[in-house]
Design a protein around this ligand. Structure first.
Ligand code: S3P
Length: 186
């Protein structure tokens, strides 16, 4: 068992804050496996997220997210970096599961950066609106305290290179785990 890093590392944060890119980079760097809750749900459902939202509704998608996390917990995954869908914090039970399984890293970015990173992507149903800026601002306002209270570590990704962010994160994870060692590690 690695003494420096937590059992699992969960990336949370709004759409377009860099979770997928940084999860990939971090998992490569520390030799952890890589999981993406959206990709797992799509695989399981056999349908894209836009279709799940359109046919079953957002509430059904949220249930799928919780079931996904419950499955990861039941499988006792260890040494994984998990990139989570931006709305994962909207259900308190999700945060509880992630806490039990590892450390939670919140990525943030300015509204302008989020809009720039998501503007050409049609795969996010919540942003398919005539006024994406308004939607982003509303969702951020509704979620900000949920993100902040879930996070063990918070990193602002605005204007930073991915490599730079991962270096900063590795430093913080080491500090964080020496202050709060994970219990029961071999
Ligand atoms: C969502 C974020 C998306 C995806 C779904 C809903 C959200 O994931 O789970 O479209 O509610 O913020 P990303 O944050 O990976 O884009």
């Amino acid at each position: 068992m690695n003494n420096h890093y937590p059992d699992n590392i969960f990336f949370i944060g709004f759409m377009g804050t860099g979770k997928s890119c940084l999860s990939q980079l971090l998992s490569d760097k520390i030799g952890y496996g890589l999981l993406d809750t959206d990709a797992e749900i799509v695989k399981q459902a056999g349908r894209p997220i836009s279709e799940i939202f359109a046919t079953d509704g957002e509430a059904a998608f949220r249930r799928m997210e919780t079931e996904m996390l419950q499955r990861l917990k039941a499988d006792e995954i260890a040494r994984f970096v998990v990139s989570c869908g931006g709305g994962i914090v909207t259900r308190p039970e999700n945060v509880e599961i992630m806490r039990e399984m590892g450390k939670i890293v919140l990525l943030t970015a300015t509204v302008d950066e989020i809009l720039a990173r998501t503007s050409r992507d049609r795969s996010r149903p919540l942003l398919q609106t005539s006024d994406p800026r308004k939607r982003v601002e509303e969702l951020l306002t509704a979620r900000d305290s949920l993100y902040r209270s879930a996070a063990d570590i918070t990193i602002d990704t605005t204007g930073q290179e991915p490599e730079q962010i991962v270096t900063q994160l590795l430093h913080q994870l080491t500090l964080n785990s020496s202050l709060k060692p994970s219990s029961g590690g071999a």
